[in-house]
Ligand binder design. Structure first.
Ligand SMILES: NC(=O)C1=CN([C@@H]2O[C@H](COP(=O)(O)OP(=O)(O)OC[C@H]3O[C@@H](n4cnc5c(N)ncnc54)[C@H](OP(=O)(O)O)[C@@H]3O)[C@@H](O)[C@H]2O)C=CC1
Ligand SMILES: CC(=O)C(=O)O
Ligand SMILES: [Mg+2]
Length: 752
């Protein structure tokens, strides 16, 4: 079994994550310009009256003139929040905001959370029904059974947009996919498997219904609730539960599991004991899906039965059986054909697409991130939610099934073109970052944090270690352990701290540094002083001596000073120019800018090197590079003597057969805006540039910092490229999570 990569975090960190910056996890962003009086006149009164009248005349045009068609409401009353129980509408808000951001992250569906303060079924139904005009779909969430059945059924009958109770059907779809694959691996037929379902609520009943619809025999299923087996004749169960009552004389979960093939847990933490697992059939299939804590931890289940296939609802173990793998993509497909419902055909199509995807060959970038064990097998029966192929395959399967079953009001005519738009909808950088994080967890490295006395650095080191991304190696004085304790670390002694005053590595380090600098005007005592007093020198020498795999610094000194310190110890990689890349990441675009940090006025040859190396980084981050050499001038207009280096750079690439598109010199609006580029039909870029090679440090660094301070997109970096060892210099203003990202990119060889 691959090692569990349990993500550890403190309660404080979870609260800080939610409170830092703008409280909560979502915000609304305008999709039209709102700058001028004219914009306002169009967006609001009087211009807005025009679409109002159009929609009144033809309601279908609401999909053309408003956000309705891509907007889903995540609605709960908080009566069954994960496995935490009925904690009320308000307390469910973090989960619902979470679902809303998952919609956006995984399938570019806009979504808003709505918490309704009522346990009255009729009031709940009325409230949701009244919202029909606002949304393209309704995702019901964490509403307890049996009320959820009445609510969903009634709303489906009354509303003309898809209404989908995720805990029921989202979960059932993933369970079905996982079960198909687990049965394939263990040579079982669905018609023969004996299943025990623990839990008799929303998720459990829907899963049972779907697997029975797919061929599992009614007589082979035993459902249990907290009291035990739901047997025929038990009189304290509701109609949805009694429909699954078993003709059996077994009465407890322990009895039910004797010889069972499959355990489906949709109940509560710790409900399954190792002794019960031992009593199951050979190669038992255990889906322990209670959240946030499963019915049994995989390590316990595996200890009891090494031949078991184990899945949980959690992302930090192999085989995450969680509805996040379904709901974003199912709604994507349903919205894109303007389906009036999500019907059984669409659910089964989604389950099959997900199951097939897990069996398909794992593409190289996913395999690299996970390590080789993640090809179809007991540790990989279900794809990971950020597998980029989900976005292409599941929505198209759902859309096709909606069309075939007659619920699509806007059929897709060209499926291949639709798949391409799906591909383009997600920014590959987001997947690459997710995979870089997973890759770090699969191949943890030692990352040296040179400024181990800074709180932000310690918080990054804690997140790095507890996230399972690797071992942080801290440089700092002896009180670093006390500082870690003050930040909530219970066993700070587990952190490796190196103090330059007391480390027994110092003589070796001084030897190394003196050897390196003795012919550059430095005495041995200079080397001693630098090792003792300068954390960047100390850290960089440790990196040179192989005591760490990568190094992060930059918080306490300016970039230029830090680079000088580092450069004294570490050379550029052979034949390469060291330089910096800022990466601008939007929802649907990524732009790489270089050199934003080091070379004041690069020569033509240097610009060509920078272009080549930046193109490689872009490729590593999932983008086919289109390189533009930027200037104030486009192809000689206006002319000027600053253009020579750029032209030399383009010419240098002409001679190198680089295998990517490049062009220049051109102004940024030409590089980025296809309408402007159309004025230059000879230009050799097939689309807007995504790698911007800047003419000099002034414009580059200013542009990057302006964008960081004023632009709306996320920014990664600067990444330091072209050094012989992976070292990264973070901006002094970095947050802990930005430091962790740099650490992961450096350790994983993406930033190099
Ligand atoms: N991995 C995933 O994707 C998903 C996981 N889930 C998880 O499934 C669980 C149930 O959610 P949901 O169906 O929405 O909630 P409901 O409130 O509708 O149902 C809960 C059910 O669990 C039963 N139950 C609680 N504790 C135990 C126990 N110790 N042994 C047996 N049965 C028990 C309850 O029985 P009783 O009536 O006797 O109390 C009830 O039947 C939660 O833990 C949730 O996190 C849900 C959806 C998706
Ligand atoms: C995953 C989910 O929806 C739940 O646990 O309720
Ligand atoms: Mg839920």
């Amino acid at each position: 079994m691959s090692e569990p990569t349990n993500v550890q975090f403190s309660e404080r960190e979870a609260l800080l994550f939610h409170s830092e910056g703008r409280p909560g996890k979502i915000e609304i962003v305008a999709s039209k310009p709102m700058a001028t009086q004219r914009d306002l006149a169009l967006a609001y009164s009087p211009g807005v009256a025009v679409p109002v009248r159009a929609i009144a005349d033809d309601p279908a045009t609401a999909y053309d003139y408003t956000a309705k068609g891509n907007l889903v409401a995540v609605i709960s009353n908080g009566t069954a929040i994960l496995g935490l129980g009925n904690l009320g509408a308000l307390a469910s808000k973090p989960v619902m905001e979470g679902k809303a951001v998952l919609f956006k992250r995984f399938a570019d569906v806009d979504s808003i959370d709505i918490e309704l303060k009522t346990e009255d079924v009729d009031r709940f139904i009325d409230a949701v029904e009244l919202m029909e005009p606002s949304f393209g779909g309704i995702n019901l969430e964490d509403i307890k059974a049996p009320e959820c059945f009445i609510i969903e059924q009634t709303l489906r009958e009354r509303m003309n947009i898809p209404v989908f109770h995720d805990d029921q059907h989202g979960t059932a779809i993933i369970v079905a996919a996982g079960l198909i694959n687990a049965c394939l691996l263990t040579g079982r037929a669905l018609s023969e498997v004996k299943i025990v379902v623990n839990g008799a609520g929303a998720a459990a009943i829907a899963c049972t219904e779907l697997v029975k619809a797919m061929g599992v025999r009614h007589d082979n299923v035993i459902m249990c609730d907290r009291t035990g087996v739901i047997y025929q004749g038990r009189d304290d169960v509701n109609q949805w539960q009694s429909a699954h009552a078993a003709a059996t004389d077994r009465r407890t979960l322990t009895e039910a599991l004797h010889g069972a093939d499959v355990f489906l847990g949709l109940s509560a933490a710790g409900a399954l004991q190792p002794e019960m697992v031992k009593d199951m059939a050979p190669a038992p299939i255990i889906f322990a899906m209670a959240n946030p804590e499963p019915e049994i931890r995989p390590e316990l289940a595996k200890a009891a039965r090494p031949d078991a296939i184990v899945a949980t609802g959690r992302s930090d173990y192999p085989n995450q059986v969680n509805n996040v793998i379904g709901f974003p993509f199912i709604f994507r497909g349903a919205l894109d054909v303007r389906a009036t419902a999500v019907n059984d055909e669409m659910k089964i199509a989604a389950a099959n697409a997900i199951a097939e995807l897990a069996r398909a060959r794992v593409p190289e970038e996913v395999a690299m991130a996970y390590g080789v064990q993640h090809s179809f097998g007991p540790e990989y029966i279900i794809p990971a939610p950020f597998d980029p192929r989900l976005m292409e395959l599941v929505p198209s399967a759902v859309a096709r099934a909606a069309m075939d079953s007659g619920v699509a009001t806007k059929p897709i005519l060209d499926m291949e073109a639709y798949r391409q738009t799906l591909r383009a909808r997600l920014n590959p950088t987001t997947s690459v970052l997710s995979m870089a994080y997973e890759g770090a967890r699969a191949h943890p490295k030692r990352v040296l944090f040179a400024e181990g006395e800074e709180e932000v650095v310690l918080r990054a080191a804690i997140a790095f270690k507890e996230g399972g991304y690797g071992t942080p190696v801290l440089v700092g004085r002896d009180d670093v352990h006390d500082r870690l304790r003050a930040l909530g670390v219970t066993r700070p002694e587990e952190y490796e701290v190196h103090n330059s005053r007391t480390s027994d590595m110092v003589p070796r380090m001084v030897d190394f540094l003196y050897q390196r600098l003795q012919r550059r005007g430095f005495l041995r005592r200079d080397a001693e002083r630098m090792i003792n007093q300068d954390r960047n020198t100390f850290g960089a020498v440790m990196l040179q001596l192989g005591e760490a795999d990568a190094m992060i610094t930059g918080i306490t000194r300016t970039y230029a000073q830090t680079f000088r310190d580092v450069r004294r110890v570490i050379d550029p990689a052979a034949g390469r120019v060291p330089f910096g890349i800022h990466v601008l990441v939007g929802q649907s675009h990524t732009v790489f800018m270089a050199d934003t940090t080091i070379n004041e006025r690069p020569s033509g040859e240097e610009l060509a090197d920078i272009a080549e190396q930046t193109a490689q980084v872009a490729r590593r981050m999932g983008h086919e590079p289109r390189v533009a050499f930027l200037s104030y001038s486009t192809f000689g207009n206006p002319d000027g003597h600053w253009l020579d280096n750029l032209r030399d750079g383009v010419k240098a690439l002409d001679g190198r057969q680089v295998g990517f598109e490049y062009e220049g010199e051109m102004a940024p609006d030409v590089a980025l805006n296809p309408k402007q580029m159309a004025n230059f039909p000879f230009a050799r870029l097939s689309g807007p540039a995504n790698v911007l090679i800047m003419p000099g440090l002034q414009s580059a660094n200013i542009s990057a910092k302006l964008l960081r301070e004023l632009g709306g997109d996320d920014m990664i970096g600067p990444m330091l490229i072209g050094m012989e060892k992976p070292v990264q210099i973070a901006p002094m203003t970095s947050t802990a999570s930005e430091l962790v990202t740099l650490a992961v990119l450096a350790a994983g060889g993406i930033a190099r």
